[in-house]
Write a protein that binds this ligand. Sequence first.
Ligand SMILES: Cc1cc2nc3c(=O)[nH]c(=O)nc-3n(C[C@H](O)[C@H](O)[C@H](O)COP(=O)(O)OP(=O)(O)OC[C@H]3O[C@@H](n4cnc5c(N)ncnc54)[C@H](O)[C@@H]3O)c2cc1C
Ligand code: SF4
Ligand code: SF4
Length: 1012
Amino acid sequence: MATQEPDASPRWDTSAAALGHDRPDVAAYAALASDLRERVDGEVQFDEYAQVLYATDGSIYRAKPAGVVCPRDVDDVVAAHEVAADHDVPVLPRGTGSSLAGQAVGPGCVVLDMSRHMDDIVAVDADAREATVQPGVVQDHLDARLAEDGLKFAPDPASSGRATVVGGIGNNSTGAHSVRYGITDAYTEELEVVLADGTRIHTREVVLGSDEHEAIIDGGGVEAELYRTVEGLVRDNADEIAEKYPNLKRSVSGYNLHKVIYETDDGEEAINLSKLFVGAEGTLGTVVEATVSLVSKPAETALALYCFDDLVDAMEAVPVALEYPVSAVELMDDEVFRLARESTEYAQYEEPIPDGTAAALMLEWDSELVDDFEAAVADTTAEFVDAGAAFDVLEAYSDEAQGKLWKLRKAAIPLLMSLEGDPKPYPFIEDATVPPEELAAYVQEFEDVLEAHGTSAAYFAHAGSGTLHIRPILNLKDGEGIETMHSITDDVTDLVLDHFGAFSGEHGDGLARTEFNPKMYGPQLWGAFQDLKSAFDPDWRMNPGKVVYVDGDTAADRGYPESAADTDMRENLRYGAEYHSIEPQTALDFDDEGGFSHLVELCNGCGTCRETEGDVMCPTYRASGEEIQATRGRANMLRAAISGELPEEELHSERFQEEVLGLCVGCKGCMSDCPTGVDLAKLKAEVKHEHHEREGAGLRERLFADVDVASRVGSALAPVANAATKLPGARTAMERTLGIAAERDLPTFTRDTFRKRFARRGGAAVSAAEADARVVLFPDTYTDYSMPDAGMAAVEVLEAANVHVRVPDDLAASGRAAFSTGFVEKARDRAAANVETLAPFVEEGYAVVFVEPSDAVMFQDEYRDLLDGDAVEAVSAASYGVLEYVDTHRLDEAMAFREDPETGEPLAYHGHCNQKAVNTDHHAVGVLRRAGYDVDPLDTTCCGMAGSFGYEAEHYDLSKAIGSMLFETHDESRAEAITAPGASCRSQLGDREEASGQPPHPVEKVAAALER
Ligand SMILES: Cc1cc2nc3c(=O)[nH]c(=O)nc-3n(C[C@H](O)[C@H](O)[C@H](O)COP(=O)(O)OP(=O)(O)OC[C@H]3O[C@@H](n4cnc5c(N)ncnc54)[C@H](O)[C@@H]3O)c2cc1C
Ligand code: SF4
Ligand code: SF4
């Protein structure tokens, strides 16, 4: 298979002519946009940025919409549908856009982003076990509220941290526990829906022949017609429905004709049109409110992982496992284990897996199904291990042990998607489903299909319900690869039918599988699907091309729009044979990421960067809720820019620099939290650098890049320099001339710098000869000129562990400020100077220790992108944050700590996002605890200051909005006192209205706890 090399372009030449890419067409939709703006209160975005941002979801597809509307309420939704109908333009309702089959993208559509404003939990009725939500409510947010009542929404897609409940209704989503709970259609009770022409309907269970039913039919109009049509379609096709819908726990291909009429618990026959909207992928109407039923949340669970030396043996064990009262049966194969073993992040979770495990089945039990977990595990162990099918078992009862096994299971997709190079394990038949008893034969035949097409795949996921996530490795930038994808899909869909399965058991039809639906359902039901679609959406305007289509000639005969005709899985691909991107000559080293363009293209649209709880990524999205301010938005914009989808000079325009890159705070959260490691901070530094080279840089940018120089001057002139900034009118003048926010207190400088204080006390108190260890303590700009107490505390702590401390006078600033503002060459000069000075120390056995976390990480990470050679590797490897150094070497064991009420009091800890990105943030918490503090580590993202960002006038509001998330988390903590290692974070916390000054650095707290 040929791998397409990106075009090498030293000049970032992104002209479309060079790259052969189509561009957004804004002018064609000007009248539509104008009419929408008149009628809709929410945002109406119809420029080329919006068209790029909403052209992709979590799938392999890309289709440029007409534009985006973010409705504020139902009236907005109705208005948007009416205006779109007037202009005869299709409509695509969208939640988070995490779909894997392309159902959340649509060419030329008006996208309704329901996630932006319509995200209220309307009501929770714990007694009735029901919740009513607006369409933008994220599932985990609903579950967090329901947990207060011991309830949960049963379907649990792995994407529940950002996916909306109603997006899950659109796709008929489900997760690992479908064995126990089934899928979304079982829990969708009532819906408020806006149809294509703006008509509103309320769907719910209606007993056929009841007064309510008769009233609807007698009422006439659209609703009566829909009830009549649906009932007629179900009755007329009863035999085909019985024959063609597979008997599976999960089958989400096509429309739910088999579920819309059913027998109630009272034995009556009822119709519920809500069930049709589940899995309809937005093709029948837009849901504006949903009432779902709930289940109780089991108090406890247990896991057992059975290890097999053969994949087929594991598959044969699945139906046997289902005879036991299990709540999940999940599969992982040796390819998943191999990738985890090679990954720094996941290797720890793979470690307990015994050698020779070709496949493992993970069984879960919950406390509502069994009373005695150990007895339940003993039963299945007797079945599998004692009888010789499996050769080992790992049991997990604690939350921690279970969490580790689930981490390993859920690592499969991120691990696969981070594979280097263009061939990638793409989703297109990744959720085909067969009855569990067919799995063994199905897997063997699937292997044959892959072999015949010269590719391979990993096998994992929901074996208990017959759904295996199999993603063949293909290059979709290559015409041959695209044809192979189509051919594999053709063969696998045949195979699935041979084994009585469904083409999609979880992720839906979208653009990937709709083409094959006629094969699954046959001509009669396919015709019924077309009639159903026509009844709800006569002009085929709702998300066309998904679930159902009409062949080209028939569509024309019936007067349907072009979009109703045919769907081909090979069209609208995100990449495709025409795709080219430039590979510019970069100032930073992108070898580890496979190049600049590869790093950009690693974004697969999964949407994890839109999660708002836990981890760091992405503070700007969390504060703004705007797609362009998520890592995904930025990566999509960069991909469009380097592939010629945006105009040639757009990347270097002020708008791109500000809206796409300028609002990224460079926290590095995405480097570790994005499952594929899209490191936006690094991409931003590179593009900003190129921008400075081409356009020059402004005064404020240069001032911030040289903050060390400004601080040195400020310190030399202190206290006059400090007083000057407090003079009346000084701040306003600074905002006008330099763009520095007038609301901010500027850092104050001291003449009595850290280096002077260290020298005055006679330098090191522990001589090099007598010391147990030796360090260079890096006098960073903030510690030296503004916060010397933290530096002196670090010296005290290190010396308490008998460490010899040197503070050289000839070090340059770390270059962090220059790097973050895109002055890469300046950062490189400083890095080179520091490495030259420090390498001899390191060779002599010194470590390099930092009070300021962002500088520590600069040495540990960015220096290796700036410089080559053994010296930088050695200095980088010897660099530590001060408490990271203490913890790594367990130096606190040699220290004596006081025992008094102050150290015992609760202390909140806000870690630094840069250290979280390189997984070194936990060290400070360990040391503080051992020093006697009752530490509450806050689950916080970036503080919002991010070096200079929070001082910039145009970023002040966003900086404060990000900061307020930190303040809220602190307010919820049991600890009033707080500590934070980052100088920026301490300024942000100190700037809080109710704050009485800046909090201390954690090393100051450790120093305060030392026995004196
Ligand atoms: C890494 C990863 C893991 C995943 N794991 C799972 C999993 O375990 N199980 C699973 O089922 N899925 C999974 N998915 C797929 C996807 O996340 C889910 O289907 C999710 O429920 C979709 O929610 P969303 O808010 O992103 O919807 P979107 O993608 O925005 O939309 C989904 C569909 O619903 C329609 N829709 C959205 N809002 C409305 C509305 N208001 N009215 C009518 N139609 C609407 C859209 O048009 C679209 O067709 C995964 C995806 C990724 C990237
Ligand atoms: S940036 Fe990362 S987390 Fe966000 S959508 Fe892309 S791959 Fe997913
Ligand atoms: S560096 Fe931080 S702000 Fe920028 S995209 Fe990544 S997570 Fe978001």
